[in-house]
Design a protein around this ligand. Structure first.
Ligand code: PGA
Length: 249
């Protein structure tokens, strides 16, 4: 059975006090789940969040990291720094990192390697832009994003990788991919993985959907056979909405 996962990506939202308030609200909303639940606060609030949720089933994860182990990279945080405060999972390749911080497939391959070498689990994000969808190139764009950043890995590495398909045109726009569009792409991703690594690997990897998942559409999207959960932006900033999404499983 593939793991079901709902991860909240808080992005650059919530100062320390707001982070503490939201975590308290999340704890109140929480009930035991089959799905793994994760939240990704900003770097400045990771340590505090991690400690507050240390003995709780909600996992605190990071939004990003640098590929180098240490050194002259002003403003950056390494995989081993994340590990040293107890973080086990990192999001890599989010479309905002690709668009605003010029992260390329090549750079992401280095980050993937560094995360795995440090024993971190990765939520690896990718997805096409609107122009790719309109021109019918969405599958080939996604295929090359996956190949360029991940296909140098051994099959065993995928035990520590979760994929997140996030069509750029659906992120923060209120426009979601239809459940059918999500299913079609997830099935395509699984097929792409199967061609390279075989069916066992492709069937065991969790593939999340991200892009305007809300309480009113989560059930239909999560109901699709190849959708194993969601990466949630906006709606993860509200405890009630976030748990309404978690409970959609
Ligand atoms: P959204 O963000 O839910 O606000 O569209 C999703 C994401 O960026 O992961």
């Amino acid at each position: 059975m593939r793991k079901q996962i709902v991860a909240g990506n808080w992005k650059m939202n919530n100062d320390l006090a707001q982070t503490e308030t939201l975590i308290t609200e999340l704890k109140m909303q929480y009930s035991p789940q089959d799905a793994e639940i994760m939240i990704a606060p900003s770097f400045t609030n990771l340590w505090q969040s991690f400690n507050t949720l240390k003995d709780h089933a909600i996992e605190v994860i990071a939004q990003n990291m640098h590929f180098a182990e240490s050194g002259a990279y002003t403003g950056e945080v390494s995989a081993s720094m994340l590990k040293s405060i107890g973080i086990q999972t990192v999001i890599l390749g989010h479309s905002e990192r690709r668009a605003f911080f010029y992260e390329t497939d090549e750079l992401l391959a280095k980050k993937v390697n560094a995360a795995l070498q440090n024993g971190l689990r990765i939520i690896f994000c990718f997805g096409e832009e609107l122009k790719d969808r309109k021109s019918g190139n969405h599958e080939s764009v996604v295929e090359s994003q996956i190949k360029n950043a991940l296909f140098h890995l051994e099959a065993s590495a995928f035990e520590n990788i979760v994929l997140a398909y996030e069509p750029v045109w659906a992120i923060g726009t209120g426009e979601t991919a239809s459940p059918e569009q999500a299913q079609d792409m997830h099935a395509f991703i699984r097929k792409t993985l199967a061609n390279k690594y075989g069916k066992e690997t492709s069937e065991s990897i969790s593939i999340l959907y991200g892009g305007s998942v809300k309480p009113n559409n989560a059930k239909e999207i999560f109901g699709k056979p190849d959708v194993d959960g969601g990466l949630i932006g906006g709606a993860s900033l509200n405890a009630e909405d976030f748990f309404a999404i978690v409970n959609a499983f």
